[in-house]
Design a protein around this ligand. Structure first.
Ligand code: ADP
Ligand code: MG
Length: 396
């Protein structure tokens, strides 16, 4: 990775402002239902504390649309963080101005402060220069550890870097380091597995990965559009008819580049979009009239599994079927198992695929589980993320 990280700079005694992604899911009573994102920031927070920095954290939470929303205050996150690092986390009910300034003036090296929800100010998402300057004025060094929001050019992810030296946190480093290596210099064979509902979400990812991988495996709803492009009758399956030409074009490109492009040879088809619907395994061109593809079939699981087993780098994004319904979860679960069993660098991204891997109980065997949704996809599209672009290069 060519970006400077917190390990490349002296942080001792310095006030360090860190953009983290504490946008955690909350239930109706405002309780945190999953603290994975808080845990993902702990390596950076612990490192900075150990090195004697004064740690000032900032994040957004939910979509307050530029207004103060009581139910989206970050106090509850400060409390959870305090439990996780076993220390009192200070909490400022504003992210700029006198309140955080007063708290920071009393902080000692190793202390941690969490600022209020950045998106209470409309200036945050507008990447307002004056707002970015006010955030920057609280500290002497800026760290971006919020990979999940790095695809947005906001005041706390991009604008602030104009006013402070800017480096990557450890989560950011591992995200862009591991995925960057896979894209630039992978151990081969490099296999990408793409699934999920729609091709249109991931068209640009397919196009970019096509130049990097040895084999592309396509499953899930998006495979239907490719199968339709091969002339197969997909009956009532989810097909994006306006993307069929593009799908045909992508398959032609893959053939020209000598890349293997694998589609399911069999499917689990159902009479209706329901877990208890009548269903059966059929060849990919034998979906009964009025039925729909809901999962990949056993022959596809077998052939995809063979390729996955022999891979040295695996990138997986998107489930193989409607895995929320147990009747159609087998393809996704079996592919998750195959990925965890492979002797390869394995990377899984995307909310639903990550959930599927976590359900296997074997997630610890995955080399890297990406914390980003949209950011991961844009990274895989080959775009430079604004929140990464502003960080100092190693050579600087
Ligand atoms: P991720 O979150 O891993 O990036 P996506 O959000 O792109 O994945 O896609 C997940 C969704 O795709 C799931 O809700 C799943 O039900 C749906 N899906 C997968 N296969 C099919 C299919 N054959 N027909 C309809 N929907 C499907
Ligand atoms: Mg999803």
């Amino acid at each position: 990775m060519n970006k400077k990280t917190i390990q490349d700079v002296d942080v001792k005694g310095k006030k360090v402002i860190v953009r983290v992604d504490f946008n955690v899911p909350l239930d109706q009573d405002g309780h945190i239902t999953n603290d994975t994102r808080i845990k993902a920031a702990l390596p950076t927070i612990s490192y900075l504390r150990e090195k004697g920095a004064i740690v000032i954290l900032m994040s957004h939470l939910g979509r307050p649309k530029g207004q103060v929303k009581e139910e989206l205050r970050l106090g509850i996150v400060a409390d959870r963080l305090g439990q996780l690092i076993d220390c009192k986390v200070l909490y400022a009910k504003d992210c700029i101005g006198p309140e955080p300034e007063a708290l920071i003036s009393g902080m000692q090296p190793g202390d941690v402060l969490l600022l209020e929800n950045l998106r209470f100010y409309p200036e945050e998402e507008k990447n307002d220069r004056d707002f970015a300057r006010k955030l920057a004025s609280l500290a002497e060094l800026y760290v971006n550890d919020a990979f999940g929001t790095a695809h947005r050019a906001h005041a706390s992810t991009a604008g602030i870097a104009e006013f402070l030296p800017a480096v990557a946190g450890l989560l950011m480093q591992s995200e862009i380091g591991i995925m960057g290596k896979a894209l630039e210099n992978p151990e081969r064979p490099f296999v990408a597995i793409l699934g999920g509902a729609k091709v249109s979400d991931k068209m640009a990812v397919i196009e970019n990965l096509m130049n990097k991988v040895d084999t592309l495996i396509i499953g899930g709803g998006m495979a239907n559009t490719f199968l339709a492009a091969q002339g197969k009758d997909m009956a009532k399956s989810l097909v994006e008819t306006d993307k069929i030409d593009l799908a045909r074009c992508l398959m032609k490109q893959a053939a020209e580049k000598g890349k293997a492009f694998l589609l399911p040879s069999d499917l689990v088809a159902a009479e209706a979009f329901a877990d208890d619907a009548k269903h059966q395994v059929v060849a990919a061109d034998q979906i009964p009239a009025g039925w729909m593809a809901m999962d990949i079939g056993p022959a596809s699981i077998g052939s995809f599994g063979e390729v996955i087993k022999n891979a040295k780098t695996i990138l997986w994004n998107g489930p193989m079927g409607v895995f929320e319904m147990p009747s159609f979860a087998k393809g996704t679960n079996e592919i998750a198992r195959a990925v965890t069993e492979a002797q390869a660098v394995s990377i899984v991204g995307g909310g639903d695929s990550v959930a599927a891997v976590q359900n296997t109980g074997l997630a610890h065997k995955i080399t890297h589980i990406s914390t980003g949704g949209g950011a991961t996809l844009e990274f895989l599209e080959g775009k430079e993320l604004p929140g990464v672009a502003v960080l100092q290069d190693r050579s600087e």
